[in-house]
Design a binder for this molecule. Structure first.
Ligand SMILES: [Zn+2]
Length: 317
């Protein structure tokens, strides 16, 4: 059954830090996954340089991409509330240019709440579905969550100004950024952001690294479509590196495998359901197939994400 507990923002932040730390632990090699929450501070943001004008800021929620164009900075995702100003302060160490555009990969609080802390002149772009979800906020399925959102009490500051259905291109030449919606997975509005010249894609939480993703059926996420959505994204041409929502930067081969992994999980869950098993039986019996080396096992997954995802399969979402 759904476990929804209303918590204070403070308790929530601590809880999620623990939960995500356990569930989305980074692979042994590479940069450690940024914790959710923590104290908003410029010193608690970690900078990873991908190219001369493309960076990842870890810490404070989801991974933020920083793309420095001729006219200003394009940001992808703005972390939990309180991290907008630390992001702005950290940018000053990278470029004198102002933020001109924010793109949100999806509706979740740890990727969008910081929007409200940027100047109102900044353009904000999301998929149509993500705008709808941001305006009609629901708690993340399977994650105990505070039911507040800054956009309800601040007059809508930080909500998207421009949207796209399936595809949009921003900028041109060396500054081109391509946005794609390939269907539901983590949420119903997951956007894939391609920095064309850098051959880098930001996947947001649709790509959870070598971990079970959240299939957030409260916000249009889908188990039954997860694998096909990831397979489409993994066919994006001319991309070498993929920024994940909370884990390390990975490859397109990793993304393709992640799609297959979720396809196997969902297929096995559907078979168990058809065989009359309960969700608890399925979760107790299921193990990560051996070919998925390095993937988090159910026993190591403190959040019970396998069970949540099985619930989404059982609901035929
Ligand atoms: Zn998310």
């Amino acid at each position: 059954m759904r476990r929804r507990i209303v918590l204070s923002a403070l308790v929530l932040t601590g809880l999620l830090s623990i939960a995500v730390g356990a569930a989305q632990q980074a692979p042994p090699a590479g940069r450690a996954a940024g914790p959710l929450g923590g104290t908003p501070s410029v010193d608690n943001l970690q900078v990873q340089k991908l190219t001369d004008n493309l960076y990842v800021l870890g810490g404070g929620g989801g991974n933020t991409a920083v793309f420095i164009t001729a006219n200003g900075v394009v940001l992808v995702d703005t972390k939990v509330s309180g991290w907008g100003q630390p992001i702005i302060d950290k940018l000053k160490t990278l470029t004198p240019k102002p933020v001109t555009t924010i793109i949100n990969t999806h509706t979740h609080f740890d990727h969008v709440n910081g929007n409200a802390e940027f100047p109102t002149t900044v353009d904000i772009v999301t998929s149509e579905n993500t705008k709808h979800l941001m305006e009609n906020w629901q708690p993340v399925y399977g994650v105990q969550l505070d039911s507040s959102t800054p956009f309800k009490t601040n007059g809508g500051r930080g909500l998207p100004k421009r949207t796209f259905k399936d595809r949009m291109t921003l900028g041109s030449g060396a500054d081109e950024v391509d946005l794609f919606f390939h269907g539901p997975a983590h949420t119903g509005g997951d956007t894939w952001v391609v920095f064309k010249a850098a051959r880098v894609m930001h996947a947001g939480d649709a790509f959870a690294g070598k971990n079970a993703p959240i299939m957030d059926m409260n916000n249009g996420g889908s188990a039954v479509h997860y694998a096909e959505t990831i397979a489409k994204a993994a066919q994006t041409p001319n991309v070498d590196r993929v920024i994940t929502g909370h884990s390390t930067v990975m490859t397109m081969a990793d993304l393709k495998q992640f799609g297959e992994f979720n396809g196997d999980f969902v297929r096995d869950a559907q078979a168990a359901k058809k065989a009359g098993k309960t969700i608890d039986q399925f979760v107790a019996e299921w193990s990560v197939p051996a070919k998925y080396t390095g993937y988090t096992t159910p026993a190591a997954n403190a959040r019970g994400q396998w069970k949540s995802n099985a619930e989404v399969v059982w609901a035929d979402k």
